[in-house]
Design a protein around this ligand. Structure first.
Ligand code: SF4
Length: 428
């Protein structure tokens, strides 16, 4: 599959280095590469270039985290064997500071070991995560190092010229010189004129590395619409906005929203008005209602249960913005079967559709995380009927609110008090 990166690559304020040129270098390496033609199963690589991991690197076959070494040179942490689906695994760190010039040869060595030793007799056991788990991360790393020793300083060693060339494809656009202080003060005035704009500004707009600019999340999470859905007319209109107010660029996120990466702060009010008219400005990014939801039984032949009606029932139940904002950052992810396209394992709250004697039921898990503190959620207990799910979520939230300390996110409280208080409240 293609390489993925942080949706804010190149514009994020917390960026260490732009991940996109590295994706491009590795795309060129992988395209028509014989090792890729011989893989036992699909293969996914993600690269994160920011302090906060927004690319879920621990849940890819190979995850790369860009760091700076002791000399300030670009290097990579290399994770291998992560994934979701029926066997969720957190990737193992097998190199904590790989010099940038060796990234191709090191990944090549990983693929060689996987191709040599990965299972091909059973498609459910053929992913690299199964191999790494079976061998143990240390033994896998050892094999990779042995293979790497043969190719380490060969033709796959990247020259600075080759790296610089990849960066030429991702030059910053022609940003205008904006009086950032004046733009900010105008924005502060506009914020006071309309509380809805103020809410959108606080939740859907992200700081940009270029003074005077902002990153806009286009929310696809209006209650009553399937999370992540957008109509052709809305899409045309957003494309036009990207040209009128940006540099013609739109990005999609695995949280099922879109991103306008380069909006002048002076245009934010106008952009909000247009997105609001398009119903694409629901100010819920990062909250419970910004959920990830797979198509589930409404559209997917593999589903055990429907996902979209569950998402909608939760969104309707918690449609009070003040309550959502008080709850703070919560990730809720829903999948209609164990294939986990809705990433339920790594939601702070995960919901999985299961088949119980031909009936659609839902299993709830807690404590997953897709970020730097990667974790796989723990199952709460016996599953629930569809109409029980919103009440279950409500009880989980009440438990959190009753136990949280100031500034503690749902996930932090869960980690501190464990699953038992949540269990007791839900199954009381
Ligand atoms: S998780 Fe299952 S139901 Fe949902 S889209 Fe994937 S395969 Fe289909």
């Amino acid at each position: 599959r293609n390489f993925t990166a942080d949706q804010f690559s190149g514009v994020a304020q917390d960026e260490i280095e732009d991940a996109r040129p590295w994706c491009e270098i590795l795309r060129q390496w992988a395209t028509f590469h014989p090792e890729f033609a011989f893989l036992p199963r699909k293969f996914k690589i993600a690269i994160c270039g920011s302090k906060r991991d927004r690319a879920a690197v621990a849940f890819h076959d190979i995850g790369l985290e860009i760091i700076k070494d002791a000399q300030g040179e670009t290097a990579f942490k290399v994770f291998v064997g992560g994934g979701l689906g029926r066997t969720p695994v957190i990737g193992a760190l097998i190199h904590d500071c790989l010099p940038k010039e060796h990234v191709m040869s090191y990944l090549d060595a990983i693929l060689r070991v996987y191709n040599q030793l990965g299972r091909r007799d059973n498609k459910y056991k053929a992913r690299i995560k199964i191999l790494v788990k079976a061998m143990g991360a240390e033994a896998f790393k050892q094999k990779v190092e042995e293979e790497w020793a043969h190719i380490k300083d060969g033709p796959m060693t990247l020259t600075q010229e080759a790296i610089d060339h990849a960066f030429t494809f991702f030059q910053p656009p022609a940003y205008e010189a904006i009086d950032a202080a004046a733009a900010q003060s105008a924005l502060d005035d506009q914020r006071l004129t309309d509380p809805r704009f103020a809410a959108w500004l606080s939740h859907n707009v992200v700081a940009h590395k270029q003074p005077g600019y902002a990153i806009v999340n286009v929310s696809l999470k209006e209650t009553g619409f399937a999370p992540g859905d957008i109509t052709a007319e809305q899409m045309e209109a957003v494309a036009e906005l990207s040209e009128q107010y940006g540099f013609g660029e739109l990005r999609s996120t695995h949280e099922q929203n879109l991103v306008l990466p380069d909006i002048r702060k002076t245009d934010l009010f106008a952009v909000w008005q247009k997105l609001d008219a398009l119903r694409l400005a629901t100010p819920v990014i990062g909250t419970l209602n910004d959920m990830i939801c797979c198509p589930g039984g409404d559209y997917c032949a593999l589903a055990n249960a429907k996902s979209i009606p569950v998402a909608e029932a939760i969104q309707r139940r918690f449609d009070d913005l003040d309550y959502l904002y008080d709850l703070g950052e919560i990730e809720l992810n829903i999948s209609g079967c164990m294939n986990a396209c809705g990433h339920h394992h790594i939601g702070h709250i995960g919901i999985l559709g299961v088949d119980k004697k031909g009936q659609e039921f839902y299993q709830v898990s807690l404590g997953g995380s897709q970020s730097n503190d990667a974790a796989i959620g723990k199952i709460l207990g016996p599953s629930f009927a569809q109409d029980e799910v919103p009440e279950v979520i409500s009880k989980l939230l009440e438990t959190y609110v009753a136990n949280r300390t100031e500034e503690e996110r749902f996930l932090d409280t869960y980690r501190r008090i464990g699953i038992e208080p949540f269990k007791e409240r839900v199954y009381a």
